[in-house]
Design a protein around this ligand. Sequence first.
Ligand code: BES
Ligand code: MN
Ligand code: ZN
Length: 499
Amino acid sequence: MEFSIKQGNPEKLRSGCVLVGVFEGGKLSDAAQALDKPSQHYISDIIARGDMTGKAASTLLLHKIPNVPSERVLLLGLGKPAELDSRQYRDCVRAAMRALQATSAKDALLYLAELPVKGRDGAWCINQAVLAAYETAYRFDRLKSKPEKNKKALTKIQFGLLSSKPSAALENALTQAVAISQGVALAKDLGNLPGNICTPTYLAEQALTLAKAHKSIKTSILEEKDMKKLGMGSLLSVTQGSNEPAKLITMEYHGADKKHKPVVLVGKGITFDSGGISLKPGGEMDEMKYDMCGAASVLGTMQAIAEMGLKLNVVGIIPSSDNMPSGTASKPGDIVTSMSGQTIEILNTDAEGRLVLCDALTYAARFEPDTVIDIATLTGACIIALGHVASGLFSNQDKLAQELLAAGEQTQDKAWHMPLWEEYQSQLDSNFADMQNIGGRPAGSVTAACFLSRFTKDYRWAHLDIAGTAWKSGKDKGATGRPVPLLTQYLINRVAGAK
Ligand code: BES
Ligand code: MN
Ligand code: ZN
């Protein structure tokens, strides 16, 4: 898809389809008004007849309107003007993109950037529209023997501006939104691939491919023997039941001077989580192919920032393994020694995410990080707490938590701040080792974060539990690409803040 921003009025510019908004209650957006006059009130007549009420996210496709050069006009209902907030705008834009993609228009001219969305500017409106365009166009059909051909695909989208020239800020927002969208698509693809294709080895290959495509990225892969030398007994205990070799993937992105300490992103890369000897029940077990969505979000974010040429240093670390039951698998009661030297009693082999992450988090210290953020489909308890709306956010520094929350709010890839209080730590007490790997049912996502916090004392750290946000179940099952928007926006904000 190709995007651009252009100044000009809808009654002057030609396109396959021009999109203008109308409000509930009959008010026309400025762009709709501009079309209404030369067309002898074609649009206001339709509204007067009641065929377009302006209800939020409703659409009406019109053809060959007199004195309008575009072949089609798509009316987009925006709801009541006073209610046009971020969420409503997003719903409307998604509906618009779906309607556009159902036409055979090859190019479209969208008057979205100047809509009066509460608390948001044109850059934000463009950002969200681009994300929605990619989201609604996304298909994962590469594993179908006869993928549906989409001949009509919309390939060119222009954002029309009535009143001003495209500013540098708008152009910048557009470029960034395209990079974020492509990062999201990469994360979705990796998440959607099944466990027999997307193995730790496959993820390592993807990281190497990323380094080939971008000079600014250097990738290195540690094998099990290397991890053994480093003393990663916890990570290795997870892979010991599987025939797939585990990998520790490191991608170093250099966008700033070497003296700038990097942000390190650590993504859980369990390519299939059967639960191990603490085997999961069979229903929906297929969804545990998504247990590498943290890793996928790191790859997607690295790709996005490399595309943008963002001026900072970022390291992506992916501990990747399968979690399988077998004669060589670790057993409940086993005690392992992590790279940090702390010993762990494995009471449940299904709490494997924290076991791979803790060694990766210890390893992260080598990069002398400014900040470390891990991203993991860590606990079912987080879905119970926050559903599929917000990712769970934990941090050992409130300022970092606020920055991540703000990035989530900005991109509407939301997170919610959860407690990491000392009072919860005792749930991890073990009679036989320094800690056990589960803390019982109460506050399951908090005790998982508490476990990780024991390995992150030396740096600023945050943990995102994306168990509820990384994919959708049911009829529209599929990876969401979250939290690539949140992470990328956080990194963009850091560069902007540093100026
Ligand atoms: N990958 C799962 C978490 C998960 C479960 C994500 C369901 C999305 C949907 C994780 O490895 C796991 O199994 N966690 C256990 C922890 C428990 C044994 C303490 C869980 O949440 O049940
Ligand atoms: Mn598990
Ligand atoms: Zn898991």
